[in-house]
Design a binder for this molecule. Structure first.
Ligand SMILES: Nc1ncnc2c1ncn2[C@@H]1O[C@H](COP(=O)(O)OP(=O)(O)OP(=O)(O)O)[C@@H](O)[C@H]1O
Length: 616
């Protein structure tokens, strides 16, 4: 079943981005497994309950349209019994007017049912998408260490697409047919209890062989597909290494091996086709045999005067409708099972609670925060590596307004210090405080409000340069954003862009140089006007001009703020009030560049390696 969502504008001959996304999602959806237990679908109920009005309207019109469909058969009975039997034209006319009226009611009720149930479905899917994305944004990094971002994204897209298929189409089909089935069976029992009883006896006799044979055909199609996959796999391997095949003169051998695999696939297909052909014959014999038997006994009831010809016709119509419902239910059942699996994955994501959250009564930080930071005997290991602490008895006190440079070999734990300060994780032992408040007692949002981060790779987002600066603080005025850009030495290159500050940089990010990206990221941090600046200096080398501009930007950024910088440049460590040297998650040395260089310890070795400075 193809289901293409959204008609977007596409370049001639090439599908648009929306169509490609829809195509990719429906392909991925087709590969998703089914789930026999359909209880996970109950997770959809709260979403439906939120729009109970539409649900009730859909239910009402569903009842109405089903009753009208059943009523249609009664109108037919009247046409035959009252119209034809009397032979009077007026009676025929009257009966047909009744038929037309029922059809009209059916049309209106069906269309309203479709409208309300489909609108409800689309609303539920839209709510689900928003809830899912909103929830995902609250999860902490520990969650993403367990679950790949791609997996989360695929739940947002593929799994929700499956739910969309269910609530948009299949659920409506299923509910409608369940109701027709129940209503049809009930009505048949009313119209002719005898014939209805006959059907109840006959149905298992007809359905059981169909069910068993259907299962066999499905198994055989899987086998045929597997055989074909073998053939394709073998061909791919040979074509990938065609030069090797040719160098060894193995073309003939390869050809005959592929031929064998293709023949196997053909044989498997023939077995499937044969089973299917037999099944078709059996199904027709059983179904029509049943109908013939039914009509034959019905005809005798008419002859004996037990029922009218119209009633028999009505009964036959009802039987066909009911059989149609069973068929339709069989077809959508697979979708329902698939949606159950999808909903289970979605519910799992929705119910995952972030490990980092505000306590019930968070302690407020002093306003304005001064930005004094302390780590007291902190030990922390990442969730995936509990036995390998990234910080081990780490102690550090940073006064308000002080600039501290963190230096150390790769893996020393420098980035981890910044992550704990941003409270992406909580330490296993010790405390991290901001203005004397334990971070765990505060609201993480308030803690982060006090910090501005310039990450090493400074990711930019789609949108203009101005949008990217305002990412730092949504309510910053344009002037404040421009001032930040000025302080970050970014005005020059931003104004030179084709549309100045309004140039989309997310897409152009690759055309901005490393130094320009860093300066934009610094402007984004500056506009935040936070008391604490966290900086992970980029390791990549800049040309002299960019280096000078970035250093100036950093100088402006650090002024009047508490700054923790993971330093990779000599200029930065020279500017710091204090250099903290880390190794294996601990502080091993502290002091100024001159003091530490003179000491001849780890710092002097690192300085030589990283900054190219000879120890004093
Ligand atoms: N997400 C993670 N899961 C598990 N271990 C991690 C994770 N991130 C970092 N580590 C480990 O924690 C230790 C400290 O890492 P951290 O990134 O803080 O070091 P760093 O000093 O910043 O190094 P670099 O200068 O190379 O960035 C390392 O041993 C690292 O392998």
């Amino acid at each position: 079943m193809t289901d293409v969502h959204g008609g977007d504008i596409s370049v001639e001959g090439r599908p648009g981005a929306g169509a490609e996304l829809a195509q990719g999602m429906s392909e991925a959806a087709a590969r998703r497994p089914r789930r026999k237990d359909i209880r996970p679908l109950a997770h959809l109920l709260p979403f439906v309950r939120a729009h109970i009005g539409d649900a009730l309207a859909a239910g009402f019109f569903l009842l109405f349209s089903t009753s009208a469909t059943l009523g249609l058969t009664a109108a037919f009975k009247t046409v035959i019994d009252k119209g034809f039997a009397t032979g009077a034209a007026s009676a025929v006319n009257g009966a047909f007017v009744g038929l037309g009226a029922v059809a009209l009611v059916l049309a209106v009720a069906t269309s309203l049912r479709f409208f309300f149930i489909t609108r409800l479905g689309e609303r539920v899917v839209a709510d689900l998408r928003r809830a899912l994305y909103g929830h995902t944004l609250t999860l902490d990094p520990a969650y993403f260490l367990k679950t790949r971002t791609g997996e989360v994204l695929s739940r947002l897209t593929t799994d929700v697409t499956i739910i969309e298929q269910l609530v948009g189409t299949s659920a409506s089909v299923a509910v409608r047919n369940i109701l027709s089935l129940v209503g049809g069976l009930g009505y048949m029992a009313v119209v002719s209890p005898k014939l209805a009883g006959f059907i109840v006896l006959m149905v298992p006799v007809i359905l059981a062989p169909m069910f068993l044979m259907g299962r066999r055909v499905r198994k055989l199609s899987v086998t045929a597909q597997d055989r074909f996959a073998d053939a394709v796999g073998y061909a791919g391997e040979s074509l990938d290494a065609l030069d090797t095949v040719q160098a060894f003169g193995r073309e003939k051998a390869s050809d005959s091996r592929f031929g064998e695999a293709v023949e196997m696939a053909y044989q498997a297909s023939v077995r499937r086709i044969t089973a299917r052909a037999v099944m078709t014959a059996v199904v027709i014999v059983l179904a029509f045999g049943g109908i013939t038997l039914l009509l034959w006994s019905g005809a005798h009831l008419v002859l004996s005067g037990e029922m009218t010809a119209g009633t028999l016709a009505q009964f036959a119509l009802l039987a066909m409708m009911t059989a149609g419902s069973i068929g339709a239910l069989g077809e959508v059942w697979g979708d329902v099972q698939k949606a159950s699996g999808a909903m289970e994955r979605i519910a799992e994501l929705l119910s995952s609670r972030p490990g980092i959250a505000a306590p019930e009564k968070p302690r407020t930080l002093p306003q304005p925060a001064t930005g004094a930071v302390a780590f007291e005997n902190v030990t922390f290991a990442y969730p995936g590596r509990p036995d390998l602490p990234a910080l081990n008895g780490f102690d550090l006190t940073v006064r308000a307004g002080e600039t501290v440079a963190l230096v150390g070999p790769s893996g020393a734990g420098k980035s981890t210090v910044l992550r704990l300060l941003l409270r992406f994780y909580d330490p296993q032992a010790g405390v991290v405080t901001l203005d004397g408040v334990d971070l765990r007692d505060a609201d993480p949002a308030e803690v982060r409000q006090c910090m501005a981060l310039v990450a090493q790779d400074s990711p930019l987002f789609s949108g203009s340069a101005l949008d990217n600066i305002r990412f730092g603080r949504a309510d910053a005025t344009e002037q404040e954003a421009r001032d930040a850009a000025e302080a970050a030495q970014a005005t020059g290159f931003l104004e030179a862009l084709p549309q100045g500050f309004d140039t989309p940089v997310g897409e152009r990010a690759k055309t901005l140089s490393g130094g320009q990206r860093q300066r934009l990221a610094i402007a984004r941090a500056l506009v935040r006007q936070a008391p604490i600046l966290l900086l992970d200096e980029a390791t990549s080398a800049l040309d002299a001009e960019n280096e000078r501009l970035v250093q100036q930007a950093l100088h402006a950024a650090m002024a009047g703020r508490t700054t923790l910088v993971i330093a990779h440049r000599l200029a930065t460590v020279l500017k710091a009030d204090r250099i903290v040297v880390m190794e294996d998650g601990r502080v091993v040395e502290q002091g100024t560049h001159a003091e530490l260089s003179a000491r001849g310890g780890l710092y002097s070795r690192l300085a030589k390696l990283q900054f190219g400075v000879e120890a004093a």
